[in-house]
Write a protein that binds this ligand. Sequence first.
Ligand code: NAP
Length: 247
Amino acid sequence: MRLLVLGGTGEARELAARADGFEVITSLAGRVQNPVLPVGEVRVGGFGGVEGLANWLQDNDIGAVVDATHPFAANISENAAAACREVGLSQLVLRRAAWTAGPLDRWIHVPSLAEAAGQLPGDRVFLAIGRQGVHHFAGDESRWFLIRAIDPPDGEIPPQHELLLRRGPFTLKDDLELMRSYAIDAVVSKNSGGDLAEAKLEAARILGIPVVMVDRPPLPAGVHVADSVDAALAWLAATRELEQFPG
Ligand code: NAP
């Protein structure tokens, strides 16, 4: 069976490496200049909305789709759900669990980066949100920002800032040192979940610093969801069985 994995995450790469017996094609949006590539076939670039994706799925004889994109990549997830419905394909969303606050965390929950920009505590803010969305903070002339991302943001950026171009994973030691040396007094994070970027939250907890936490956009309605690669592999095995022995 030919499997499309919508990628751009560590889980997508792990799935591509472990989906034995499937012919895997991973799709990347093409946002990052030097992406870490999965094993197997890779295609890069948008499909052209729901219709483009629906046509691509049929033209490429795809038997199942796993949407393993980042929890904040809401547009491709909505498009994938709609395209799979349209062409009658089995689809799974692979989403790692969200982070949850412990008793010592000082999180301010907001629904979007725009809201985060309007509710910032502190004067020296660590923007740990990646490249996209930095423009929401561009109008803030009073605060200083430490912006960490793999590639430079493409929109406007706040006037007072330092840009750190780095790719995770980051350790607790790294992030404690970073936040201490820049005298950070607030952190902005998306609730991405997973281990690779969690250190900043542990560091904020230890330093008693507030975190403005952007909550996840909702999942598309009616999709199957797995929260681990193991669960996604079990779903794939069951899907293939159904295809071989339809009821
Ligand atoms: P998005 O807003 O949901 O998608 C915007 C458009 O980009 C989609 O409509 C689609 O274009 C194209 N696209 C997105 N993901 C694609 C994929 N895997 N393969 C082919 N086309 C894709 O997405 P985004 O937030 O810009 O994220 C883009 C990619 O970066 C995703 O693959 C995601 O996993 C990864 N990523 C995102 C974040 C984040 O914070 N958003 C963080 C880490 C990694 P068409 O409509 O033309 O098909």
